[in-house]
Ligand binder design. Structure first.
Ligand code: C6P
Length: 414
């Protein structure tokens, strides 16, 4: 038995499901089949209870008070930062900036780094399969400073054409910003190779890890990422939490993205000096409860056999891919060799929104639309796809129910 199969057998999905109260409800009179994890994942009891405990007993503002509650909230907030550090293997907790989510993280870098170090005639490399949140902030920057966006193309399977990438890098390239895993296709991008190549040209790389952190181990030092950002709500934590990891050398030389309380050392009407990292990038009262919730989600992930959970989820992805591929009229969009969590598909003659609505009647939650990745839709010349996306608490029954319901959709529209 190979290691992945052995790990999968060790994983007790029914036990894990008990940790997620939302999963045991019925929707439209049917057991909920939650297959929209790429949009947002569900929250385990441990995180819910930790949030309640914080609000009941510990809440105050952080980094500001000498009284008990402020000290307690600060300690817990900083403890959450340390949990993040360990989880992604950052060198220092100060390199982990709390942000609202991945979108906020990209905007922070586009503004804090981009506006200082990217100028007229410079080039920013993105990939064809980026989420809008890793396109629009760079476009806004490029428009303002006169820089140019270049796009790494992909093939029909939804894999990057790496030779083209290598040819794009030159002395004008000032940033490479790519997803770790595509939310629209599920493709796992070769980010380690992308980073290594960029570094040969002295170019920093930002990785959008929104879809990676909940599905595979991430080690920012091993990747040698200069920036890595992700959202808490896709990794079993509350909304309003997220992280921008940045190497100290970059964070220190960047401009703060926002000004306000907490991010300063001194302020006068003549001049402001800034606090050291991470405070320099956390202006105003931060999202304290969500950050502590993110720490609790990491506690939860550390409490289960995470490698077994990821291996189980990957087996389930292969099972779902096989079942969906076998359906007549269903075309899977994105067939890269290396994929995680996501299966996007279209049914000839049926609009994805109709698929989503009919599945909802069966208690099945999927997403239909362009998935905030319109360039991917343009590439495949479709307006939208239907997308099922897994987490490690999904089951074969979830997939079977989905497949049967899709067969019904096909029958109805035929
Ligand atoms: N994708 C989806 O259904 P925020 O909204 O900031 O938490 O995450 C933005 C984001 C950035 N990058 C990738 C790869 C993403 O998948 C997302 C969010 C959701 O696919 C909502 S559009």
């Amino acid at each position: 038995m190979n290691e992945a199969v052995k790990e999968m057998k060790n994983f007790d999905v029914n036990k894990v499901r008990e940790d997620f109260p939302v999963l045991s409800q019925e929707v439209n009179g049917k057991p909920l089949r939650y297959l929209d994890n790429a949009a947002s994942s569900q929250v385990p009891t441990l995180v819910i209870e930790r949030g309640a405990e914080y609000l009941q007993k510990e809440h105050s503002n952080v980094h500001r008070g000498v009284h008990y509650l402020s000290q307690k909230a600060t300690t817990e907030y900083e403890a959450a930062r340390e949990k993040v550090r360990k989880f992604i293997n950052a060198k220092e907790a100060a390199e982990c900036i709390f942000v609202k989510g991945c979108t906020d993280g990209v905007n922070l870098v586009a503004n804090g780094y981009g506006r200082k170090f990217i100028g007229e005639g410079d080039e920013i490399i993105l990939s064809q399969m980026e989420h809008h949140s890793n396109i629009v902030p760079w476009q806004m920057l490029a428009e303002d400073v006169g820089a140019k966006i270049r796009v790494i193309p992909m093939n029909e399977a939804g894999e990057l054409i790496m030779d083209e990438y290598e040819n794009m890098l030159n002395e004008r390239t000032k940033m490479v910003a790519v997803s770790h895993i595509s939310n629209a296709l599920g493709t796992v991008l070769p980010v380690k190779e992308i980073i290594e190549t960029a570094h040969k040209f002295g170019v920093p790389v930002l990785v959008d890890g929104a879809q990676a952190v909940p599905h595979q181990r991430v080690d920012v030092q091993d990747l040698d990422a200069d920036f890595y950002t992700f959202s808490g709500h896709k990794m079993f934590a509350p909304t309003g939490s997220g992280v921008l990891y940045g190497k100290r050398e970059f964070l220190e030389k960047m401009r703060p993205y926002q000004g306000g309380g907490s991010m300063i050392r001194t302020v006068s009407f003549d001049k402001t000096t800034y606090a050291p990292i991470p405070e320099k990038f956390e202006a105003g009262t931060p999202s304290i409860a969500p950050a502590i919730g993110l720490g609790a989600a990491i506690d939860y992930l550390n409490s289960i056999d995470l490698d077994a959970a990821f291996a189980y989820e990957h087996e389930l992805l292969e099972y779902a891919t096989e079942k969906l591929s076998a359906l007549e009229n269903v075309k899977i969009v994105g067939t890269a060799k290396d994929k995680a969590s996501v299966v996007s598909f279209i049914i000839e003659g049926v609009h994805p929104h109709d698929i989503g609505t009919i599945l909802d009647q069966e208690g099945i939650a999927i997403r239909a639309g362009h998935h905030c990745a319109q360039p991917v839709m343009d590439f495949y010349e479709v307006p939208a796809t239907a997308r099922m996306s897994l987490a490690f608490y999904n089951t074969k029954e979830d997939v079977d129910t989905l497949v049967n319901a899709i067969q019904k959709v096909i029958d109805v529209f035929a």
